[in-house]
Ligand binder design. Structure first.
Ligand SMILES: N[C@@H](CCC(=O)N[C@@H](CS)C(=O)NCC(=O)O)C(=O)O
Length: 254
């Protein structure tokens, strides 16, 4: 990924996307693929995970990623507003269904993956626990401690997280089973939508793809991998493999 510094991006026209560098952060990966899939050009700006990102903050008011800045419009940070920006800038190929009923289904599914309290949010609470336990020297726990402060970590919350993840994963698998029963390989309707794209990216947070496809830092592979107690129905991983093969570039770039 060719990242540009904030100073070299902020006065440029068009779309600037701040993305987390060096890790397959699923929110950043999804934002990147939205625009890549639509072949809409953007300048990638590097965000450093769990750091202060002072220049990014001065420019956008945010320290984390993704942040999408189009021209002089308000920076967009929520996944939903970034999906809608992509759809506005490049209406074709569509990633949001025409039918309002299907839109409601699609946004509901992504909410369960990506919104506050959803699958990735819960996985991050567990990941913070795992990273803390792996670093024996408390003084060296700056990264997980920063994430803990940013994303509402409590040990009680982390203890509840696996149960919530299991429920969401079972719902997503059941959804794909139902769709398969009516002859569709996609989460919603009969076509590739943002829900399929988001699941491909967010699945990395429970079952990261192999090193050759997802060359993530070795020290993060453990924390990204779900515990064995969390059942991941094979249909979920078959689906994400198909989506990458058909629509999303591999290997992952970050
Ligand atoms: N704002 C996003 C969520 C963004 C988010 O959680 N970003 C994380 C994961 S990629 C992040 O930047 N973590 C590293 C950091 O805080 O520096 C949304 O609500 O859709």
């Amino acid at each position: 990924m060719n990242y540009v510094h904030v100073d070299d991006a902020k006065d440029q026209p068009g779309l600037r996307l701040a993305l987390t560098m060096g890790v397959p952060g699923p929110w950043s990966q999804s934002a990147k693929y939205l625009f890549e899939y639509k072949q809409y050009p953007f300048i990638a700006v590097g965000q450093k995970g769990a750091q202060e990102n002072l220049e990014l903050f001065a420019w956008t008011g945010h320290r984390n990623a993704p942040v999408a800045v189009f021209e002089d419009e308000t920076p967009r940070v929520g996944w939903c507003e970034i999906v809608m920006l992509a759809e506005r800038l490049a209406p074709e190929p569509r990633l949001v269904p025409v039918s309002s009923a299907e839109r409601a289904e699609m946004f509901g599914l992504i909410t369960e993956m990506a919104s506050e309290g959803g699958l990735a949010w819960q996985r991050r609470l567990v990941m913070i626990d795992v990273m803390r336990a792996a670093i024996t020297d408390p003084a060296a726990r700056q990264l997980p401690n920063t994430l803990a402060g940013r994303y509402g970590y409590t040990s009680a919350g982390a203890a509840r997280a696996n149960g919530i993840c299991a429920d969401i994963l079972a719902m997503l698998a059941a959804r794909l089973e139902t769709q398969a029963g009516r002859g569709s390989e996609y989460f919603v309707g009969d076509e590739f939508t943002a829900a399929d794209l988001y699941w491909a990216c967010f699945s990395q947070l429970v079952a990261p793809m192999a090193e050759d496809l997802n060359p993530m830092p070795k020290r993060l592979r453990g924390p990204y991998t779900a515990p064995e107690t969390l059942f991941i129905d094979p249909i979920l991983l078959e689906h994400r493999s198909k989506m990458y093969e058909r629509y999303l570039s591999l290997p992952l770039e970050f």
